[in-house]
Design a binder for this molecule. Structure first.
Ligand code: FES
Length: 56
C-alpha cells in the first residue's frame, strides 16, 4: 500500500527501513524521502514506524 504518494513510498519500504536500523521518524524520512513534500503522509508514516518498532 502506498503511504507517500508524492514520493511513491509503500508501507513495506517503511517497515524495511525500520528493520534495517532506521529507528526514528527522522531517519526514515532521511533515508526514503517520505514526508519531504506535501507532508500528508506524516501521520501514517509515524504510525507504521511505531507499530514496526513495537514488533521488533
Ligand atoms: Fe508524502 Fe506528500 S504524500 S510528502
Amino acid at each position: 500500500m502506498y503511504v507517500c504518494l508524492c514520493k511513491g513510498i509503500t508501507d513495506s519500504q517503511i517497515k524495511d527501513a525500520v528493520y534495517s536500523g532506521a529507528t526514528d521518524l527522522r531517519t526514515v524520512r532521511k533515508q526514503l524521502g517520505v514526508m519531504s513534500q506535501c507532508g500528508k503522509c506524516g501521520i501514517m508514516t509515524k504510525q507504521i514506524v511505531e507499530e514496526t518498532l513495537d514488533r521488533t
